[in-house]
Ligand binder design. Structure first.
Ligand code: ZN
Length: 229
């Protein structure tokens, strides 16, 4: 239950969850659970961002239920959190169980970032989404010199600026290269072909991107986005 003073953003959250569910069901396949639970946790729990467990999403209260969405429409935190976190119920670690090795975060965070960006585009238009992509490019550029650089398909969990930010940039470029529909088809096939108990790797996802590519030069471009630094 939500304390009544936090009710202000609940309508926005529910509306957002509906848009996310609609997009993911239509493009990636059915929602695997009977319900969704958004659980508010105290903002005193420091160091906690948001986490999706099967059919429950935990979010710190100051990030969502208390966020002043009218003060800054440019930064729609509910989209960032609800859209992104809810999409994890399709991706790792929910409907797929990525092999725990280099590149596994591409199958969790990079695809969740892609979903977040496509939802952002749907709700706020392409131009606004591209502003967010510019911001992610900036985050990546600022951080990349500070640790070992890795291509996305071999990214480790210690490098969120690669898995999230560079990942978001690369996935949006991929959607321009192939078209959003083909990227979504590849993601849907990836889910279908890698059901539990399979342990997919980032190479299994790249394989699905290649399958929807029209020609070799497109495949090379995909390699440039995900396999090169
Ligand atoms: Zn995530």
């Amino acid at each position: 239950m939500l304390p009544s003073k936090h009710i202000e953003n609940v309508d926005h959250l529910i509306e957002n969850a509906k848009i996310t569910l609609d997009y993911c069901i239509r493009n990636f396949g059915k929602y695997p659970f009977k319900s969704i639970n958004f659980t508010e946790i105290s903002s005193f729990t420091k160091g906690f961002a948001a986490t999706a467990y099967p059919s429950a999403i935990f979010m710190p209260e100051d990030m969502v239920f208390h966020a002043n969405i009218h003060a800054d429409k440019e930064q729609d935190v509910i989209n960032e959190l609800a859209g992104h976190e809810l999409s994890h119920l399709w991706w790792g670690n929910s409907q797929i169980d990525p092999d725990d090795r280099e590149g596994s975060v591409m199958l969790t965070e990079t695809v969740a970032m892609y979903t977040e960006m496509m939802l952002y585009k749907k709700m706020h238009g392409k131009e606004k989404m591209m502003d967010r992509i510019k911001m992610h490019q900036q985050i990546y550029d600022n951080e990349k010199g500070l640790s070992e650089n890795q291509p996305i398909y071999r990214v480790s969990g210690d490098n969120p600026h690669i898995a999230y930010s560079k990942g978001a940039v690369a996935m949006v470029k991929l959607s321009e290269l192939l078209g959003e529909e083909k990227v979504n088809m590849a993601l849907k096939n990836f889910l279908l072909n890698n059901q539990y108990p399979k342990k997919p790797t980032s190479l299994d996802l790249l394989k699905e991107f290649y399958k929807v590519s029209p020609n070799d030069s497109t495949k090379k471009e995909i390699d440039r986005l995900f396999k090169m630094i």
